[in-house]
Design a protein around this ligand. Structure first.
Ligand code: TRP
Length: 349
């Protein structure tokens, strides 16, 4: 089998990567509220693309359950929380469809069909799944649904006929596996019914947690999208910098320094950040003034999001209506894709 190599360029402006005919799908697992890493890595691209292309955001509750079946109520509670996060950052349901994965039965049917095209060995080799299995300490007790979630994600992507998928680089193996499935479906015998997709990577490298480790809700090292100013202050002051930078006059390291990672992601004044890096490297800039600057930048970013979220949270009915209308629209789209795939499998002949 020939494997087509697909370029996944990083871009500062996602709009240069998308044209009006692109169909965009991304998703989030509703296991907690979204944080600044989600904003830098993906929400920002979605906002930039809103209104330019057809776009759907999928709240992937079934995917969340693949490793959290014991916390089903927690997952269910976070479906509207994630929707609130989307709306608070400026996702407009008139331009972007927000849908709930479990309300789209066609996706489950697609996943069942695709499972016949994928080997267990291939699933076990998926680097993202492998890393997550290790992280969660499943060892031999991997839920079958978890091992198969890349197939379910392929169903998500193809169910919407997505051509462009804004994701973090940890999701690249999912895109590759989706495209393998697309090629297999198209080779089943009939005319091709699906098209391959490409990833849209954010220009911001993955944002670390405040301690320099991978940002994660369970570690409490991520800055929530709706953090209070006190939380922002506390988390920024706790940020890992350079342990060798003891006195302000000491030369400091910028690489691996969490404060600079956040400034790179969020400070609009690139020239000022470049100058701060210069001063930090050569010695003469302490951590505290640097952190104060970041606190200001983050407060300016987060305050309007927090205010909008609080306002929207007062109207649960509105959020539920957005999810109902979005899922209804998504049902039409995904049912149509399922009809074509059923055809490729010679069902309904
Ligand atoms: N796996 C993604 C994550 O963990 C979430 C997701 C589910 C997704 N379905 C998707 C992303 C479809 C892109 C496209 O973040």
């Amino acid at each position: 089998m020939s494997t087509k190599l697909i370029a996944h360029p990083r871009t500062d402006d996602p709009r240069s990567q998308a044209d009006a005919t692109d169909v965009i799908l991304t998703g989030d697992r509703p296991t907690g509220s979204l944080h600044l890493g989600h904003y830098a890595g993906s929400l920002r691209s979605r906002l930039a693309l809103q209104g330019r292309c057809e776009q759907t955001l999928l709240i992937a509750d079934l995917q969340a359950l693949t490793d959290s079946a014991g916390r089903a109520a927690h997952v269910a509670q976070h479906v509207p929380e994630v929707a609130l996060d989307y709306l608070a950052v400026g996702i407009d349901p008139a331009q972007t469809t927000i849908a709930v994965q479990s309300r789209l039965p066609a996706l489950a049917c697609l996943a069942i069909l695709y499972l016949d095209l994928v080997t267990v060995a291939r699933l076990e080799r998926n680097p993202t799944v492998k890393a997550e299995v290790e992280l969660r300490g499943f060892e031999r007790d991997i839920p079958a649904g978890f091992l198969c979630y890349p197939v379910s994600q392929a169903a998500d992507i193809t169910g919407f006929r997505a051509t462009l998928v804004p994701v973090g680089d940890d999701q690249l193996p999912m895109i590759e596996q989706t495209n393998e499935i697309v090629r297999r479906v198209n080779r089943l015998g009939g005319p091709p019914v699906l098209t391959e997709c490409r990833a849209l990577l954010s220009s911001t490298p993955r944002l670390p947690g405040v301690d320099g480790r991978k940002a994660s809700k369970s570690l409490g090292n991520a800055i929530p999208l709706s953090a209070t100013n006190e939380e922002i202050h506390r988390l920024v002051m706790a940020m890992y910098t350079d342990p060798g930078h003891v006195r302000p006059s000491d030369p400091g390291r910028v690489e691996g320094n969490v404060v600079f990672a956040y400034l790179d992601a969020f400070d609009q004044d690139l020239a000022a950040v470049a100058e701060l890096k210069e001063r930090y490297r050569s010695g003469g800039l302490g951590d505290v003034p640097l952190k104060r600057r970041l606190v200001g930048v983050l407060e300016a970013l987060v305050s309007p999001i927090r205010a909008r979220r609080a306002e929207l949270a007062r109207d649960r009915g509105y959020v539920m209506d957005v999810l109902r209308a979005g899922s209804e629209r998504a049902n039409v789209t995904t049912e149509a894709a399922l009809r074509d795939v059923r055809g490729a499998f010679a069902l309904d002949a």
